[in-house]
Design a protein around this ligand. Structure first.
Ligand code: ZN
Length: 147
């Protein structure tokens, strides 16, 4: 997991939870003629801002914790053990509270992945780390109408 250039054709940089899963997805689902470019450009940001990585990891940890609680609760219910419905409903509230808390922390520390992606710092880093890139600000396929 980490911050990657061009996770998608229309993304400069995004947080990626699994490099291997994304590579598999590209190979399985994207047109063959796009593989070389997509796989060449999909690469880790080598020198990302440490605080940005920290806040993205925090989001992942919060999400994984809530997912694990949800999965375990449903497993217990499937095993025939009694799980009151309010417990499942409460997990939705826990997820919402965790997300709100994460957003408060991110705002307090002025950390926003999408703002960073638009920043001059990100543009300059991209130029350094992703040479010979056809990115035009919208897509890695600048000559193609891609909708
Ligand atoms: Zn690039």
């Amino acid at each position: 997991m980490g911050l990657y250039w061009h996770h998608d054709h229309d993304a400069l940089a995004s947080w990626c939870q699994s490099y291997e899963a994304r590579v598999q997805h590209i190979r399985a689902r994207k047109p063959q003629e796009e593989h070389e470019l997509r796989l060449r450009l999909f690469q880790p940001v080598r020198e990302p801002p440490a605080q940005l990585v920290w806040i993205c990891q925090l989001y992942d940890q919060v999400s994984q914790l809530v997912d694990e609680l949800d999965r375990t609760t449903r497993e217990v219910a499937r095993e025939g053990l009694s799980v009151p419905l309010y417990v499942l409903d409460d997990l939705g509230s826990v997820r919402e509270a965790a997300l709100q808390t994460y957003m408060q922390v991110a705002a307090a520390r002025n950390l926003d992945l999408w703002e960073w992606v638009k920043s001059d710092q990100a543009q300059a880093l991209h130029q350094l780390e992703c040479p010979e890139c056809p990115w035009n600000g919208y897509s890695i396929f600048p000559d193609r109408a891609y909708w």
